[in-house]
Design a protein around this ligand. Structure first.
Ligand code: 16G
Ligand code: ZN
Length: 548
């Protein structure tokens, strides 16, 4: 085969920068936007090849999520709408780091041969492009288009400024032969939301302790803008968006889900006027969601309702619907298997709570791709990271069964509890993004469940009390020297480190601590949990010294 490339307009931005090596990692390539064009161009090539290989539509998203506005990044959505297959990550890495055009062409030729990618008589490549609101996005989008169209016959379709989950949703929808415009996304979310609202038991809505007003921090990014558009299609919920980026605020600066979750203080634009009100915060590309309420002390402190608590709320609701189906529906031969997936960062109190509900809790390493893959093993798999990224996955066989069952019940026992439970589950499967964690669809599900339960944010937050925790970063000479196992809870190398960490942990009541290399920064992270804040701080500090 000869090289499929038509042109080669970008020389490497990074080969002249000693020590800069890009890694696809857990969230695609990220760097200062000024050095990314050649990388984005190369990822465009990769996306087109991936589309040829899978004979499906692929997505390419330009975003650096919660990172600062001068950064940017690029990642791929696979045909299912999920993350790029891990088999292709090494190719992405070598492609991004190839120093010369000759190296690049050789790599592509070898890879095309190895993967047996064909260019003739096949469906041409098609890549959907999205970007967040970063000013550098426009130029990077051009680089991506040039990369894609440098493959003969490949088509790049610009979907405009989007949240990351919107693009993933569109890729999934296109490959299922469904309508996949932004309007279709909004309509699916709003109609399934309406369906769930209509199914709220009337005796509950009479005593409803849920305020229908929600205030959302949009991180000065794309999420707030999209939420304002989506809101026009909703009723029964009043959303006020702050930090929508229209009033001069800077993306992710003192705002957004990452800031709120890490700093545990109010984002810019929130304060004592908001005490007692239900508030939520999105990150820069709207794939993370946390809730909070402003504490009354007149300070900037908040009660944080993080991803673990969103997970717990979802698990409670799904479990309730499943048990109605499993108990009352004698025809239900399909005893659906519900699985929960967390990472080691999940607060220990959340894990205890979920286990007390009788749920099966699984752990994976940090990073959406690992959680998602595990959750896909169940009929219903719910995964969340504490930082607010997560979703609920429904197996195709369960969705098929629910569709058939609701049809049957609507003629035989219309209005029964069983029918309602089945309809609710079906509506959740449409509301919650099946491709990736999505702050907008997650937010609508939280809102409807709170109304269903008749709960205030305070009542929700009382499901369990978080154990005090502390996170620290340690700068080390070589973070790759730390190798972990058991979902990052045990250090296997350097030898002996885990033993001394264990010797610290046993000194603290309810002590738990783990050490892992970051996938996004050149540091080793330490997480500690214990019965008091002082103890958690002290455990984290002493373990950080052992790592240093
Ligand atoms: C990335 C991951 C996120 C994870 C974080 C951990 C995706 C889409 N994003 O942002 O899930 O929590 O990395 O960062 O997978 P760390 O490895 O630096 O702690
Ligand atoms: Zn994000």
């Amino acid at each position: 085969t000869s090289c499929p490339l038509k042109s080669f307009p970008y020389t490497s931005d990074i080969s002249s920068l000693p020590g800069v090596k890009l890694s696809y990692g857990t969230a695609g390539f990220r760097a200062d936007a000024s050095i990314l064009s050649s990388t984005v161009y190369r990822v465009g090539i990769l996306a087109a090849l991936r589309s040829l290989k899978t004979q499906s539509v692929i997505g390419l998203m330009i975003t650096a999520s919660h990172n600062k506005v001068s950064d940017n990044g690029v990642k791929i959505a696979d045909p299912s709408g999920g993350m790029l297959s891990q088999n292709w990550e090494p190719f992405a890495d070598t492609l991004a780091n190839a120093p010369t055009p000759q190296d690049l062409i050789q790599l592509i030729e070898e890879f095309v041969k190895k993967e047996d990618i064909s260019f003739n008589g096949v469906r041409p490549a098609e890549v959907l492009l999205g970007r967040d609101t970063r000013p550098s996005g426009d130029a990077l989008l051009k680089a991506a288009k040039e990369g894609i169209t440098s493959i003969v016959g490949a088509v790049a379709t610009d979907m405009g400024i989007l949240t990351t989950p919107q693009l993933h949703w569109m890729v999934r929808a296109r490959n299922k032969g469904m309508k996949a415009s932004e309007q279709d996304y909004f309509e699916q979310l709003s109609s399934s939301f309406r369906c769930l609202m209509d199914l709220i038991p009337s005796e509950k809505s009479k005593f409803n302790g849920t305020n229908d007003r929600l205030v959302v921090d949009g991180a000065n990014g794309v999420g707030g803008i999209k939420l304002e558009a989506l809101q026009k299609l909703l009723s029964g919920l009043i959303i006020e968006v702050r930090n929508d980026g229209e009033n001069g605020g800077v993306l992710n600066e003192g705002v957004g889900a990452d800031f709120v979750q890490k700093e545990k203080v109010v984002p810019y634009g929130f304060g004592s006027k908001d005490v007692g009100i239900r508030c939520a915060s999105l990150d820069g590309d709207a794939d993370r969601l946390v809730y909070f309420s402003v504490l009354p002390e007149g300070s900037s402190r908040i009660a944080l309702v993080d991803g673990d608590k969103i997970l717990s709320l979802f698990a409670l609701f799904i479990r309730e619907q499943l048990s109605i189906l499993n108990e009352q529906d004698l025809k239900n031969s399909h005893q659906a298997h519900l699985g929960i997936v967390q990472t080691a960062y999940a607060n220990g109190a959340s894990t205890n709570y979920l286990k007390q509900l009788g749920l099966e809790v699984n752990f994976t390493p940090t990073g959406v791709k690992y959680l998602h893959e595990k959750a896909a093993e169940f009929d219903i798999g719910i995964y969340f990271e504490a930082n607010g990224h997560g979703t609920i996955l429904f197996s195709e066989s369960l969705v098929g069964w629910l569709e058939a069952r609701t049809k049957e019940l609507s003629s035989k026992s219309k209005g029964s509890e069983v029918e309602k439970a089945a309809l609710r589950l079906l509506a959740v499967s449409k509301l919650i993004n099946q491709a990736v964690g999505d702050a907008l669809s997650g937010l609508l599900l939280v809102e409807v469940i709170l109304q269903h339960m008749g709960w205030s944010i305070h009542r929700w937050n009382e499901l369990y009390h978080d154990l005090p925790s502390r996170q620290l970063k340690v700068k080390v000479a070589d973070r790759t020297a730390v190798i972990t196992a058991n979902a990052e809870t045990v250090v296997v190398s350097p030898p002996g480190l885990q033993e001394v960490v264990n010797a610290e942990i046993v000194k603290y009541p309810q002590g738990r601590c783990f050490v892992r290399p970051s996938g996004t920064e050149d540091v080793v992270r330490v997480y500690a949990e214990a019965s008091t804040q002082e103890a958690a701080d002290s455990l984290a500090n002493s373990v950080a010294k052992l790592v240093d």
